[in-house]
Design a protein around this ligand. Structure first.
Ligand code: NAD
Length: 270
C-alpha cells in the first residue's frame, strides 16, 4: 500500500516555483505537492502539447494556483536562461527552483556512447548549474530563495553500467555544497534530495523490460531485480519526494543548507 503524505497548513502559499522535468514522474509529484500548498508553478519538460496543456489546466483549476509551462530543453543553456527570465516575468518572482529533469542510459563504460555521456552530463548536472546561475541574482535581490537539486542515491554510491549517471549525480552533490557555502550569508538555501527507486513511468518501463529479459513475473522482478538494493522492498512514491521538497522550503528548514537527504528505503544504510 502506498503511504499517504500528511496534510500541513499552506505556509508556502503565494510563492512561485519552477520545477524542471515536471511533465512526468518525480517532477510532476513535486509540482502537485507544491500546487496543493498554494504555490504557483512553472512546469517544464517534454510531452504531447495537448497533454501538457491539460495537465497545466487541471493543476491550476484543482489547486487555485497560477500554472505556466516552459518547453525549454535542459541540454541547452540559452533555453534555461530564457525559461528562468520568462518564469520571473510571468509570475513576478521565482522563489523556489527545483532542478529535477534527468535521463538515464545503461551500458558498460567501454561501450558507453559519447553522445549519451554528454547528454547525461548536460541534462543531469550542467542544467542545474545554468539554472542556479540564472536565478541567484534574482533571489539575492528578493532576499529569499530555495534551491532543491534532485540527485539520487547514485549521488552517494555507485552501480555498475551507470557511469555517466553516477558521475553526474555525484557532481550534483558537489555543486549543491559549493552553492550553499557561497550563499550561506543570505536567506537562500541549496540542498539535494537523493531518492532510491521511485515509482515513475521510467521505472515502470524497466519492470516490463526486465520481466521479459529474465522471463520472470512482474512481482519477482520488482523484489529480486529492481528493488534488490532497497531493503524496504517498496517503491518510494513521487509525492514523498514532494513532501521532502515542501519541508526544505518551509521556515523550519531555514538552517539547512548544503545538505543531501536520502529517501531511499534504507539503500545507503548497508
Ligand atoms: P521521468 O522520465 O519520469 O521524468 C523526467 C522528466 O524530465 C520528464 O518530464 C521529461 O520530459 C524531462 N526531461 C528529460 N529530458 C529533458 C530535457 N532535455 N529538457 C527538459 N526536460 C527533460 O523520470 P523520473 O524518474 O521522474 O526522474 C526525475 C529525476 O529524478 C531525474 O533527475 C532522475 O535522475 C531522478 N531520480 C529518479 C529515480 C527513480 O527511481 N525514478 C531515483 C533517483 C533519482
Amino acid at each position: 500500500m502506498p503511504t499517504q503524505t500528511v496534510e500541513t497548513p499552506q505556509i508556502l502559499r503565494g510563492k512561485n516555483a519552477l520545477v524542471t522535468g515536471s511533465t512526468s514522474g518525480i517532477g510532476l509529484g513535486i509540482a502537485r505537492v507544491l500546487a496543493k500548498e498554494g504555490v504557483n508553478l512553472t512546469l517544464n519538460g517534454f510531452g504531447k502539447a495537448e497533454e501538457i496543456e491539460e495537465l497545466r489546466r487541471i493543476l491550476s483549476a484543482e489547486y487555485g494556483v497560477k500554472v505556466t509551462y516552459s518547453p525549454a530543453d535542459m541540454s541547452k543553456p540559452s533555453d534555461i536562461r530564457e525559461m528562468i527570465s520568462t518564469s520571473i516575468r510571468d509570475h513576478g518572482s521565482l522563489d523556489i527552483l527545483v532542478n529535477n529533469a534527468g535521463i538515464q542510459h545503461v551500458s558498460t563504460v567501454e561501450e558507453f556512447p559519447e553522445e549519451k555521456w554528454n547528454a547525461i552530463l548536460a541534462i543531469n548536472l550542467s542544467s542545474n548549474f545554468h539554472a542556479i546561475k540564472a536565478v541567484v541574482p534574482h533571489m539575492k535581490e528578493r532576499g529569499w530563495g530555495r534551491i532543491l537539486n534532485i540527485a539520487s542515491v547514485h549521488g552517494l554510491v555507485a552501480s555498475p553500467f551507470k557511469s555517466a549517471y553516477v558521475a553526474a549525480k555525484h557532481g550534483v552533490l558537489g555543486l549543491t555544497k559549493s552553492v550553499a557555502l557561497e550563499l550561506a550569508d543570505t536567506a537562500i538555501t541549496c540542498n539535494a534530495i537523493c531518492p532510491g527507486y521511485v515509482r515513475t513511468p521510467l521505472v515502470e518501463n524497466q519492470i516490463e523490460q526486465q520481466a521479459e529479459a529474465h522471463k520472470l513475473p512482474r512481482e519477482r522482478v520488482i523484489r529480486e531485480v529492481i528493488l534488490a538494493a532497497q531493503p524496504k522492498k517498496q517503491f518510494i512514491e513521487t509525492e514523498q519526494i514532494g513532501a521532502m521538497v515542501q519541508f526544505l522550503c518551509s521556515p523550519n528548514a531555514d538552517a539547512i543548507t548544503g545538505s543531501s537527504f536520502t529517501v531511499d528505503g534504507g539503500w545507503t544504510a548497508r
